[in-house]
Each structure stands twice: as C-alpha cells, then as structure tokens.
Design a protein around this ligand. Structure first.
Ligand code: IVH
Length: 685
C-alpha cells in the first residue's frame, strides 16, 4: 500500500471506529460485535505502525498515550464555572420561580429545562475546530487542573466532533465551531463502581466510599493508564466560551451537543411553568433507583439564553438555575456492633457496624453515631433496628432507632474507658462532648495524622494513602509526621507491594512536599479547629511559623490578638494556643524545620503596605470582582487585619451589593465605609 492509500484508509478506519465508539458508549446501540470492533482497531494500529508519521492526535489509538505526569498544570477557565444554589423542598423551588419572574417582571409561565443533577465531578472540554485540545476539572471555578490526557481515555468523549446538520458555512457545507467549550459531568456508573470496589478489596486496596469519589479519584491520576483502566463515563450539559456556535436556549444546546456526537442524557425535559417543574421533579425522583448512575436531584434551568443573560448571577451562582435536591435516602437495618474509631486528634467516635444495606447505589456497612451523648440521646443498642440515611457525600448516619422492632436482648452502649487502638487512657474534658485518647503517640492517631498531613489539600504527598500510612505506623517506621522526611529507601522497600519504582515515587513525593506553602503546612499540622481557610488567614497574618509560635507564647491579655484573624473566636484561639502549648507539638515543629520545610510565606507583616498596615477591615455584602475570602486574603497579605464584626476599632467597612446590618452598624458608629471600587483602588494595580 502506498502512502496516499494508507492515509485514506487510516482516515476511513478512524471515522469508522469513532462511529462505533459513539454507538456503543454514547447511544448504547452497538452495531457490531466486540470481536469485529477489535479487528477494526487492530487494522488501525498495524497500519499506523507501518506509517508512524501518519498517526494523528485524534486517532482512537491515541486515547491512552504519554507517560505519567509529575503534577497537573493549572488551567484558568475562560469563563468561570459557577456553582448552583440548592432548593431542599417544593417551597424553595416555588420561591425560585417567583424570584426569577419578579426579576424579569414577567407574570406568565416560563420555560424551564429540567436535567438530572449528575453526581460526579464537572469538567470542561475545549474543542478547537472540532478537535479536543484540552480538558480541565472545575477546581475552584476559576482555575482547575489540566486533565487532558486522562479525559482522552474516556471513550464516551469524542476526540473529534461531527459538524451539526443545520449549521452550514458560507458555501453551504456543514460548519464546525472554531471554539466550543463543553461542560459536563464525569461519573462512574453504579455497576462499574461496584465491580471496581470488589476488585480493589480483593487486591487489598481500600474501596471507594461512593461512585463520586471513585470518579474523582480516577480522573485525578497522574498516570493516564490508570484512568484508562477505570470505567468512567460522561454527560454534557452546558457550554463555556464559543466561537462560531449559535444556540439560543438550553434545550437547543443539548440537541446541538448530541448532534455533534457528544453524550447527552435523554432524561432532560423542557416544561412550562412551576407546576410542570414540580411534576417533572417527581418523575425523575421515581426513576432514581432504576438509573444506572447516581443522581442527587434535578437541575432546573431557565431555557432561554436571552433571559439567562438578563438574570445574570449573584455570588458565583446563576440566578437562572437551581439544584432541586432529592431527600436523602433512608433504609432500615440492624446494628451488629458499636465500635469506636480514633481520629487524628485522638477523638473517639462511636460507629455503628451494620448489616450491609443498599442506600441508592452504595452498600453501607457502617454509620457514624457522632459522639457518646448522641448515642445516648438516640438510645442506640447493639441488636437494634435503625434507620440510616446517606445524604450526598457525607458518611452515612443513624437517624433513629425503630424501638417498635427492638429485640429483648438489645445491649445498651457502654463507652470504653481505654483507647481501642493503644489501650491508653481516655478522658472527657469539662464541657466537651468528645472523649479523647490522651496518648500523644497512639498509633491510630498517628496514622490518621499521617493521612491528613499527606492529603491533597494539605501537603499533597501522592502515593501516601491509608494503606501505606497504616504499615508505616505498624512497622514503627514513623513515630511522627516529621519522620517521613527521614525515611530511607531501604525502609520504604520493606512496605508491602513496594517495588523500586513505587519507592522512588513515594520518596520523591515526600521530598517535593518540603516546598508546600506555609498555609498548607499549618493546615497539615492538624491543629484542632484549624481548617484550610483559617490556615490561610494565619499564614497571611503571621507570615511565618516563628511569628505564630511567638504569638502563642505571649499571654493573650484582655483581647487576644489571635482573635483579630477572621473567624477566630475565643474557642478557636484557645484551641490554637492549647496546641502550641504542648511540648511534643513544639518538638514536631522543630523537627519539621530541621527537615527543611517552608515555614515562611514571604507575606505578612514583613511586606506590609502602609495603607493597610495595622488597619482593620470588615467585609459585607457581595463583591463583584472577588469573593469576600479573596478580599480578606488581600488585606492580610498587605499587613492589614480583618474582622467579622464592626466595632469602633474597625477602620474600613468594604460594602458590596446587598450589604446588610454591618453596613448599618458602621454608619451608626461613624466607621468609614468604602465601595468595592475604592477598595480596588487602595489595592493598586
Ligand atoms: S449546570 C451554573 N447541570 O452541579 C451551571 N450542573 O453546583 C452549573 N451538576 O459543578 C452547571 N449535573 O458538577 C449543571 N445537569 C447539570 C448538572 C450539574 C450535575 C453539577 C456540576 C456543578 C454543580 C453545580
């Protein structure tokens, strides 16, 4: 075969294979057998091997390519990916419809599109001239991660679009948009999720808690071959930026995306008026248990794009859409045992072990009982039948005991007086609901701390999950998280299933984590009450671990300076001080410093801006150009302070749209009020 013939044959094979991909993965209507498909694919691969320079990026043979990445690149979305407001009941959906019509000054019924709210993770696909060139996760809505190589392995996602039937160019041939950003949900079908979990359990790997976590975990793999082995699927439901693509309504968009070969669910309906919306919601809810994937509600969208534009958005959510959630699923099952789990701060959480029960798509075996008082209040006994529920992503929870079904021999709960993990003493402090294991080197706490420390939002140490942490603690390789930085290759190689390559990966990941910014480190320390946002504020406010330690060494005085940090009240301040007061925590900090971790942020008082230094800002209302948190972070970064409430000590109140009582109070007290524009001007270029 000559080159020209090969080129033509390759083009034909690719189009043929993509057509069968669509029939199989998108339409669920295959026309050929798997063996026939494999033969076509084989022909393609053989021919490409013979003519390697004729391989194109959109070839079906190129879905799994390349080698593992070091890390994901950041992608800024050209149009932010918004989130949705929730409606929990009918009343809230009626209120939504009222609001929309009031805003538009319309008395007649509006057209809405109802879609399933898919329970996966949203991604954006960028098609240029019909070719898939980039895929990214939603991230924080503004910036996500580049997951192109992984998304290309999802067979339901076309690498090349088909031109729409109606869209013709100047010469009357079908036109392809120059740019089309498609948004939708990557998810894992329920049967595949269960099969994957079975396989993982057999391989001694921890199962995923639910299909959504499985989908997210599978898409966020640095090695696209791992993603390729995971059964992911996709539905398109929205668009971002476009060029050369004209549609005037959500309904039309869905049809257009489908015509171009993208997977679009056939569940969406277009209806007129709020009564029909509610009826349609009920139809979907009734279908819910028979669907092959998880949905957690419906998304109600104003159909017309012109009206959508008029409605606009508030605080990062569109005014033209709402997520109408389904009530959480509930089932009755039996409590087989009540055990206690030790968390990373030593808190013991009672957990009910259950006779496995199916809640939606997920088999539930355990449910949290939160704390001792809760068990007593609900009077949960071993042997009881209980109602369990699972709402969204949270851990299943025991709603109530079916006392009508209580067996005579049900055994009341007796809290343990010793830690189930280390046998050490357990104490319950005045005014606290939780009991804690007070042994600072309790292996269960250490393990949880390791997992938290290594987690993505903390030090982001890949390859250090539950299983590895468990073994490191069990085998005495680490006594504190600081020991991670002294692990040798020989030690790592003693862990189960650690080959040369995986040991290198783990050690490199640990090494890279030394460079994480201060805010991550503060979060990773696991100081009680200090979450991600607060860790960020503390890093901005103090600029270094030294400065924060020094603050905690000073007696707090009448007004604790820690409380000038946003969201720090007396309780939180006390928790932070309590943590720094422990000698073993101070030893940990010293060792982390010695290990070469970053303990300064380069911001903080050191780089104070005179317009901000020492000045206290309060934010109220909605800002247009940034979130309140971003505004606060900018103040802190310039050496200013932020507070949640207005007092005489407040220097500036930054008032956004719909500012409420704080604004009134500022006026009362004569505190200076500035607009978002004035604030931006102060920030400078
Ligand atoms: S529309 C502003 N449609 O829900 C429009 N989102 O809270 C937002 N989601 O991040 C997207 N199914 O992950 C839309 N049919 C659907 C959806 C859907 C699930 C998710 C999506 C988004 C979140 C918004």
């Amino acid at each position: 075969m000559d080159r020209e013939e090969a080129r033509r044959e390759l083009a034909r094979l690719r189009a043929e294979i993509e057509r069968h991909n669509e029939l199989y993965y998108v339409r669920d209507a295959p026309e050929i057998t798997d063996a026939e498909y494999d033969r076509l694919f084989r022909r393609l691969v053989d021919l490409e091997e013979a003519f390697p320079d004729l391989v194109t990026p959109d070839s079906p043979s190129q879905r799994v390519g390349g080698r593992p990445l070091e890390q994901f690149a950041q992608v800024r979305h050209s149009i932010p990916m918004l989130s949705l407001q929730n409606a929990m009941d009918e009343g809230e959906v009626r209120a939504f419809d009222d609001r929309v019509r009031r805003f538009l000054s319309r008395s007649e019924d509006l057209d809405y599109v109802l879609e399933p709210k898919f329970d996966g993770l949203s991604v954006e696909l960028v098609y240029r001239d019909g070719l898939l060139v980039q895929a990214s996760t939603r991230g924080d809505g503004v910036t996500g991660e580049d997951v192109t190589a992984n998304v290309r392995t999802i067979r339901a996602i076309p690498l090349r679009l088909r031109p729409r039937n109606q869209a013709l160019d100047l010469f009357g041939s079908p036109a392809m948009p120059r740019l089309l950003e498609v948004r939708g949900e990557v998810f894992m079908p329920l049967d595949r999720f269960e099969a994957l979990n079975r396989a993982r359990e057999q391989a001694g790997e921890p199962p995923f808690a639910n299909p959504r976590n499985a989908a997210a975990g599978s898409l966020r793999q640095l090695d696209p071959r791992v993603t390729a082995s995971r059964p992911l699927d996709f539905y398109a439901y929205a668009m971002g930026a476009t060029d050369g693509f004209e549609v005037s309504s959500q309904w039309e968009l869905l049809q257009a995306l489908r015509e171009m070969g993208l997977p679009v669910s056939d569940l969406p309906r277009r209806v007129r008026g709020i009564e029909a919306v509610i009826e349609e919601y009920r139809r979907l809810e009734a279908l819910r248990d028979r669907l092959p994937f998880e949905i957690d509600g419906t998304v109600v969208k104003v159909d017309s794009f012109a009206l959508q534009r008029e409605l606009g958005e508030v605080s990062r959510s569109p005014r033209w859409a709402i997520a109408f959630k389904f009530p959480p699923r509930r089932e009755v099952t039996r409590v087989v045992d009540i055990v206690e789990q030790v968390g990373r701060t030593g808190v013991l959480t009672p957990v009910a072990e259950l006779e496995p029960v199916r809640l939606g798509g997920v088999l539930v075996r355990r449910a949290t009982l939160h704390n001792e008082d809760e068990v007593r209040r609900k009077d949960v006994r071993v042997g009881d039948f209980v109602e369990v529920q699972r709402a969204g992503d949270v851990i299943p929870d025991v709603v109530r005991v079916r006392t009508d079904l209580r067996p005579a021999d049900a055994v009341p709960y007796q809290p343990r007086t010793t830690c189930p993990a280390c046998g050490g003493p357990v104490s319950r402090q005045e005014g606290e609901v939780a009991r804690r294991c007070v042994n600072a080197s309790c292996p269960a706490q250490l393990k949880e701390h390791l997992v938290h420390f290594a987690s993505r939002r903390a030090m982001d140490i890949e390859h250090l999950g539950d299983r590895v942490a468990d073994q490191m603690v069990e085998r005495g390789l680490v006594q504190s998280v600081a020991d991670l930085y002294r692990l040798t290759r020989e030690q790592v190689l003693t862990l189960d299933k650690m080959a040369d390559k995986s040991a290198t990966n783990l050690l490199q990941a640990i090494d890279r984590s030394r460079e994480r910014p201060l805010e991550r480190l503060i979060f990773a320390l696991g100081i009680p009450q200090v979450g991600e946002a607060l860790a960020r504020s503390l890093a901005f406010r103090y600029g270094s671990l030294d400065a924060l330690e020094a603050e905690c060494d000073q007696p707090p005085g009448d007004e604790d300076p820690l409380m000038q940090v946003e969201d720090v009240g007396p309780k939180v301040a006390q928790a932070i001080r309590g943590w720094f007061a422990q000698p073993e925590n101070r030893a940990l900090l010293r060792r982390l410093r010695e290990a070469g971790l970053r303990t300064t942020s380069g911001a903080g008082e050191g780089s104070a801006d005179p317009a901000f230094a020492g000045k206290t800002f309060v934010f109220t209302g909605t800002l247009r150009s940034m979130t309140r948190e971003e505004g606060q972070a900018r103040v802190l970064a310039r050496g200013g302070k932020v507070s949640g409430s207005v007092s005489r000590k407040t220097d500036f109140v930054v008032a956004g749209e719909e500012a409420g009582s704080k604004l009134a109070k500022a006026r009362d007290l004569g505190v200076r009020v500035i607009s978002e524009e004035e604030f931006l001007a102060m920030l400078g270029p």
